[in-house]
Design a protein around this ligand. Structure first.
Ligand SMILES: [Zn+2]
Length: 472
């Protein structure tokens, strides 16, 4: 798999949407957010109320391609640029940490850029001048964002970068993408060929060059505005993810797991042992290491391919997908515990952890989220309790309903079925009840918007009875 599509972010154009709808009323604008939050059927009702369809959506999408046959000079330069960016990132991180211990304030991005200029004039680090200055600034920007994410509790504290691990650098401008001739111009590197496996859509915002297991790649980040899509399907399903079965849907479809890591585990272990026998940093050790890395990236590519195919199929066929609101990061947390308080079932839990992480539940949920929105659908998490124990026909909840891991038999009414599918049906039912509840609130807001659009005569006050008649 030479290219992978990575969706980065997605947001909606709020001010434009409402301008295009022609709503000037402050009241309507105030009511706008619940609609755009993606409530079921929102587009339909709004266009019906105001007789003018059209929300606009901003899609940010990344397109990743392998670079083909870079020259020796280009390879050398790319390795050097990645190294310089890593150096700047690590130096800046060390500086920030030092300032923290001495009680100084954290430097802003602009402050870091000034320090970078000092490093460039310093004789010891004057070699930084050989690198394109903007890519160095971009790695300072990355550090700044890493801090922001840490303070917002979205990420762990930024870590020092290691050589060979996610080597990359980013050009914010100066590139030229020539799709007709399958090539791209990058500042200081010149023209490079790439594996043109798909067309790039939208305006290019930046280009990242990265290295993985000896191959170099470009990721072209783009932005484009599309009219809010309407999903071709109206179906709503629940999905249950499990270890034995990757995903079961409430309509009875089962997707078998790929377990790419498990499949290659024996070979990987053999390669790793071979590497351990070699003398460290010798030529043979380097060869053995490359073999291990290649297998690692093969495993990762198999997994990416599988997850993308699964999430694309689901998002194409169903408009609303309900999933369990599970915290994958909590579930896969190690059971080892601390020295004073050792964890229970460490071995069993670590086996489960490995299969949870191997199957990429979190990743598939993330992909489902944006792919559904792109097609006009929606991913809705629902509370997870008792979904595997509840009978979908009579509602009886009991652990005895589940005699084995795979089979479900209700002790009250005798309903039988596959345990994973039963869980998926329960998830769907719970999701539908949430949608129904939201739908009532939604109808109320829709009434308020249509009322505001009609502009009531001065001095009149709309009472709640108007809303009641709306809901009736
Ligand atoms: Zn039952």
């Amino acid at each position: 798999m030479s290219t992978t599509m990575a969706a980065l972010l997605l947001s909606r154009v709020s001010s434009m949407s409402w301008a295009k709808l022609g709503i000037n009323s402050y009241q309507a604008a105030r009511n706008a957010p619940p609609f755009r939050a993606g409530m079921q059927g929102a587009t339909f009702v709004v266009s019906w109320c105001l007789c003018k369809p059209g929300f606009w959506m901003l899609i940010r999408q990344g397109f990743k391609f392998e670079l083909l046959r870079p020259t020796g000079d280009q390879l050398q330069k790319m390795a050097r640029f990645a190294g310089a960016c890593r150096f700047v990132f690590n130096q800046a991180l060390a500086l920030q940490q030092k300032r923290h211990t001495t009680g100084d304030k954290k430097l802003s991005y602009a402050g870091l850029c000034e320090v970078l200029l000092e490093w460039k004039t310093d004789a010891a680090t004057a070699w930084l001048r050989e690198t394109h200055s903007q890519i160095l600034q971009q790695s300072l920007k990355d550090l700044d964002r890493a801090y922001t994410n840490f303070f917002a509790k979205r990420a762990e504290f930024p870590r020092f970068k290691k050589k060979g691990v996610s080597d990359n650098f980013r050009f914010p401008q100066g590139y030229k993408l020539d799709q007709v001739n399958d090539r791209i111009f990058l500042p200081r590197l010149g023209w490079l060929r790439y594996r043109h496996s798909r067309g790039v859509l939208g305006t290019v915002k930046n280009v990242t060059v990265s290295q993985s297991s000896g191959k170099w790649f470009i990721s072209v980040q783009t932005e484009r505005e599309v009219e809010d899509p309407v999903h071709p399907s109206t179906s709503m399903i629940g999905i249950d993810v499990g270890v034995a079965c990757f995903a079961a849907t409430s309509d009875g479809t089962m997707i078998a797991p790929l377990n790419s890591f498990k499949k290659h585990q024996i070979r990987l272990r053999r390669y790793q042992r071979a590497m351990a026998r070699k003398q460290k940093f010798s030529q043979n050790w380097k060869k053995a290491k490359a073999r291990v890395q290649k297998l690692h990236s093969h495993i990762a590519n198999c997994r990416k391919d599988f997850l993308h195919k699964a999430s694309t199929t689901i998002s194409k066929n169903h408009a609303t997908v309900f999933v369990e609101d599970l915290q994958v990061s909590n579930m896969s947390r190690s059971a080892a515990g601390t020295a004073e308080k050792p964890g229970k079932n460490v071995r069993a839990k670590s086996g489960l952890n490995r299969s949870i992480l191997d199957q990429g539940w979190f990743e598939v949920r993330r992909q489902l989220g944006y792919k559904l929105v792109w097609r006009g659908g929606k991913l809705t998490p629902v509370p997870a309790h008792n979904t595997s124990r509840r009978c979908p026909t009579c509602g009886h909840i009991s652990a005895k309903n589940r005699k084995t891991q795979a089979h479900f038999v209700c002790v009250e009414c005798g309903y039988e079925g596959n345990a994973d599918v039963v869980a998926a049906i329960n998830i769907r039912d719970r999701g539908l009840s949430i949608v129904k509840y939201e739908g009532q609130n939604f109808a109320r807001i829709a009434c308020e918007v249509s009322g505001a659009a009609m502009q009531p005569a001065a001095g009149t006050h709309r009472s709640d009875s108007d809303l009641a008649s709306c809901l009736a």
